[in-house]
Design a protein around this ligand. Structure first.
Ligand SMILES: Cc1ncc(COP(=O)(O)O)c(C=O)c1O
Length: 384
């Protein structure tokens, strides 16, 4: 995998400036990059749409204010996140609440604030309908029997291997139900293949005719960043194709069906960086072990996804070493936990004590995945 990534000058300056005053590790985000990513979704030409940022990717207040100002709504899957977005001024219609195994109290809370609720099973739908016979909701459809499901970064989200959503038989049982206002699906995460998106979306549109009161299709998230920086999702091509699909569907059913998307990772992933400092160095059989003033508990993706988390590393050196000489290096955290590694076996210039280590692709599923395990504080966050 490629390791180098470009850290533009303003970012480098910001990081160097922060390092003067901040002792501990921190995250830094490039606001313009986040806004640009939001815009690429808002620019999808299908007019009847709303884009809901998935809070599980990053639930920092400042981050959420940026996406709110950029015109996005939110997708949440827990009461805490729901309360957070309400406190930030998102209104019910800006919020999609999709979860599984919701209890009655959660359903009441979601219904009371007027957000759009997506239900995950037959019995969840029946419970909802018995509690709120006048309210409509969406259902999550497991369309895996209609396509060849793909194993994505975090496994299967459709098909027999997935616990989520109603089967096609269950969806058919609800056919004609007037309380169903939308169909939802989530195909997997870090997907780059537009053809796969479109194939699955097409299967969902084929279910639309079953529901006379259908108002929206929610195609979820899953938009990929790519694992080696060489591939990128072509969002313009994606936008054109999803627009054409929705235009066709709306023409078929004779009314405009709203398009909902729930991008998570792609909005901030490449716009965030984790920054820490070299505090120890060991040589071990040709491997340079670089100790830092941070723990994987503060930057947990390499812990959750040891085989697939991709975070290119760059060094900001006090005395820049020759880039021609590269050393196989691993970056380890300052606990005694044996798996406390922030990066393993990457080629780097010769790191020295006090150098600054910057890990890229750290804007999604990183700060938000912080764990108390090991006893380190949450890393501070700053914005350019
Ligand atoms: C239902 C749903 N929507 C959206 C997302 C965001 O996904 P991604 O970050 O892959 O875009 C998730 C993530 O798990 C999800 O479960």
């Amino acid at each position: 995998m490629k390791n180098e990534f470009s850290l533009n000058e303003p970012l480098q300056n910001k990081i160097r400036e922060l390092c003067q005053s901040v002792d501990g590790p921190f995250y830094v985000y490039d606001t313009a990059h986040i806004v640009q990513n939001c815009r690429s979704f808002m620019d999808i030409s299908y007019a009847n749409k709303s884009i809901h940022f998935a809070l599980m990717a990053n639930a920092q207040t400042r981050f959420l204010r940026i996406i709110k100002d950029a015109g996005l709504g939110v997708f949440v899957n827990s009461v805490l996140h729901l309360e957070l977005v309400l406190s930030l001024g998102f209104s019910g219609e800006d919020i999609v609440y999709a979860a599984s195994a919701m209890d009655i109290a959660t359903m009441r809370k979601a219904q009371a604030c007027g957000c759009l609720v997506i239900l995950d099973s037959m019995s969840q739908f029946r419970l909802w309908h018995s509690l709120f016979p006048e309210s409509t909701a969406g259902i999550r459809c497991n369309i895996g029997s209609r396509v060849v499901p793909r194993n994505t970064l975090a496994g299967y989200f459709i098909g027999k291997e997935s616990r989520l959503g109603l089967t096609m038989e269950e969806v058919a049982e609800l056919s004609g139900h007037p309380a169903i206002s939308g169909l939802h699906s989530y195909l997997g995460t870090d997907i780059l293949d537009i053809e796969y998106f479109m194939e699955c979306y097409t299967r969902i549109t084929e279910l639309a005719g079953m529901f006379p009161e259908l108002k929206f299709l929610d195609f979820g998230g899953g938009f990929g960043l790519g694992g080696d920086l060489s591939k990128k999702l072509d969002l313009q091509a994606y936008g054109a194709q999803v627009t054409s699909l929705m235009d066709k569907l709306s023409a078929q059913v004779g009314r405009s069906i709203k398009l909902l998307l729930e991008p998570g990772r792609i909005i901030g992933g490449a716009a965030g960086y984790f920054v820490c400092r070299v505090t120890d160095i060991k040589e071990r059989e040709g491997l340079r072990l670089i100790g830092v003033n941070a723990s994987v508990a503060q930057f947990p993706r390499p812990l959750f996804y040891p085989d697939s988390a991709f975070h290119p590393v760059t060094l900001l050196q006090q005395n820049p070493a020759s880039k021609d000489e590269q050393y196989m290096s691993s970056i380890y955290g300052c606990s005694t936990y044996s798996r406390d590694f922030l990066a393993r076996e990457v080629l780097l210039p010769r790191a020295e004590m006090g150098d600054v280590v910057v890990l890229g692709y750290a804007g999604s599923y990183s700060a938000g995945a912080y764990t108390h395990f090991l006893g380190f504080p949450e890393a501070d966050e700053y914005y350019l």
